[in-house]
Design a binder for this molecule. Structure first.
Ligand code: MSP
Length: 508
């Protein structure tokens, strides 16, 4: 299997981490866990994008220097991901020296080659997006994302000769139909390429903004945001001496807001720098709020650690992964989160685990009994074989909601199996005790396989299930351990603890 390099966008250091950032970071965490469990070498990167107007303005508003400000915000992103159990192998800060040096090296090389030139420019700039807009990209004269009229800017600047690579980019999209996924976003990019893409303004005179990376060939100018941020995907690997292992095996995870920079600027920059193009761009939709765009002033910012303290991180992850179809927009609703938590987690999975382990405890003091498979048992096993196949195929397609649906179909089957085989009734007849033990053995296997399959989605739950089953970590990790081999003779499971307490009240 090819090694896998997974990236989130590096987030602007102009505000705190929220739901949107969390979703992409959860998806990367999930994919990393999923592929590592299947033996693939994985490296993950997230971080903060610290230069540019946006961050400098936020610092000024807070009355501190830009560096003090980005130190504070990047630390907040880091500690949030750590507290949320979202792992990464490297955290990028675009103000780090190694990165600054890398950007200057690449700029010098592209300049040397003649693909960066000096010119004057008049254009419509959106500070929210930190890029110029072409007239036809605006909707009713405003930026479609930030809904504000762009500022007209005229100044002398450096430009990247992006237009020189337009044909090669179009050819690349034809050659590699899986470069941008889902398909809808690939079509959007193909449409962009039907018009001239123009050249990219990559600098700012220091007289107007000096919070950036000084150009190696002109001290009076800085570069910032796109030419700076996109290169962090490669500088991070180089910093760890891993470029040969993981580039170009990159899968970039982003939302649709930054499609053009990733699908047009980035590949043409790589072409100019003589680097191979990333493997895949995975684009998801937007979480919409019922009350409009998420913002502090509206008071509708969803903070990941607040969700964690209210419902637990796994319940929040489950909701995010189950209620958004990757690629499409979804509406965030805490009421919907609570419904999922109660129905799928407390009732579906939690209830199954506590029923099984309680019976296992009260009938056999936890000791796992011998199996004696009957056709119903075989059907239960088969349901989980199917669930694994479907879950894996769906994760490979980034259809996380379908992957969870597949596993929950098997869990429904398991809950029905408990009702149909009725071990609690059989247990009243001492002669049927061996059958009760055998049924519970099948159900312990069910919980073991569930813990394994659910781990990338709900890592804490997987560990708690494994602890209740008293399974050593190597058994939890062994995905190919056949059904019936999870528990040696005499193995004792632990008494159950509630996995997901029901939530009764939904906050307004
Ligand atoms: N700094 C640039 C990215 C540079 S990458 C080389 C940037 N930063 S950002 O802070 O605005 O982050 C944008 C990303 O945050 C989106 O692409 C997405 O990953 C995530 N989200 C922010 N808000 C979102 C939603 N409401 N819904 C889903 N994800 C969104 O752009």
């Amino acid at each position: 299997m090819e090694p896998l390099y997974l990236t989130t966008p590096i987030y602007y250091a102009n505000g705190e981490p929220h739901l949107g950032h969390t979703y992409t970071t959860v998806v990367v965490d999930l994919l990393a866990r999923f592929w590592r469990a299947r033996g693939r070498r994985v490296f993950t990167v997230t971080g903060t994008d610290e230069h540019g107007d946006k961050n400098a303005r936020a610092a000024a508003a807070a009355g501190v220097s830009p560096k003090e400000w980005v130190d504070r915000i990047s630390a907040e992103f880091r500690s949030t991901w750590d507290a949320a159990g979202l792992r990464y192998d490297h955290f990028v800060r675009t103000t780090d020296e190694y990165h600054v040096a890398f950007v200057r090296r690449v700029l010098a090389a592209i300049h040397e080659k003649g693909d960066i030139y000096f010119g004057s420019y008049r254009g419509l700039y959106c500070f929210g997006c930190e890029r110029f807009y072409q007239e036809r990209e605006l909707v009713d004269g405003v930026c479609p994302d930030h809904r504000v009229a762009p500022t007209e800017i005229a100044e002398e600047n450096y430009f990247f000769r992006m237009s020189a690579y337009q044909e090669r980019l179009a050819a690349l999209l034809d050659e590699r139909p899986d470069l941008i996924t889902p398909e809808g976003y690939r079509r959007e990019v193909l449409a962009l390429l039907r018009e001239p893409i123009g050249d990219l303004c990559i600098s700012r005179p220091k007289s107007r903004l000096d919070w950036g990376i000084t150009l190696p060939f002109d001290e009076r100018y800085v570069t910032y945001v796109w030419f700076d941020a996109l290169l962090s995907y490669v500088s991070a690997l180089e910093h760890h001496g891993l470029r040969d292992v993981y580039w170009p095996a990159a899968h970039h995870l982003i939302a649709k807001d930054i499609l053009k920079p990733h699908a047009v600027y980035w590949p043409t920059m790589l072409m100019a720098a003589g680097l191979p193009i990333y493997r895949r761009l995975c684009v998801h939709g937007y979480w919409q709020m019922q009350t409009g765009k998420m913002s502090k002033s509206v008071g509708n910012v969803v903070r990941p650690l607040e969700m964690k303290s209210r419902y637990g991180m796994d319940a929040f992850r489950y909701y995010l992964l189950r209620d958004m179809a990757f690629g499409q927009d979804a509406e965030f609703s805490e009421a919907a989160l609570v419904t999922r938590l109660n129905a799928d987690l407390a009732n579906g999975l939690g209830n199954l685990a506590s029923r099984v382990l309680r019976m296992q405890q009260s009938y056999f003091q936890g000791t796992v009994q011998p199996r004696a498979p009957e056709p119903v048992d075989e059907a239960l096993r088969a349901a989980f074989v199917t669930a694994r196949r479907e879950l894996e195929a769906n994760v490979e397609d980034l259809a996380f909601h379908r992957a969870l649906e597949a596993l929950w179909r098997a869990l429904d089957h398991a809950n029905k199996y408990v009702t149909d085989t009725a071990p609690f009734t059989l247990a009243k007849d001492p002669a049927r005790r061996p059958r009760v033990g055998a049924i519970l053995h099948e159900l312990c296997e069910t919980l073991r396989v569930t813990a394994q399959l659910v781990e990338p989605f709900l890592p804490e739950t997987a560990l708690r299930l494994a602890a209740m089953l008293a399974l050593p970590p190597e058994k939890l990790r062994d995905l190919d351990l056949p059904w019936g081999h999870g528990f040696a003779e005499g193995h004792r499971t632990a008494p159950p603890e509630p996995l997901f307490p029901r939530v009764e009240a939904v906050p307004e």
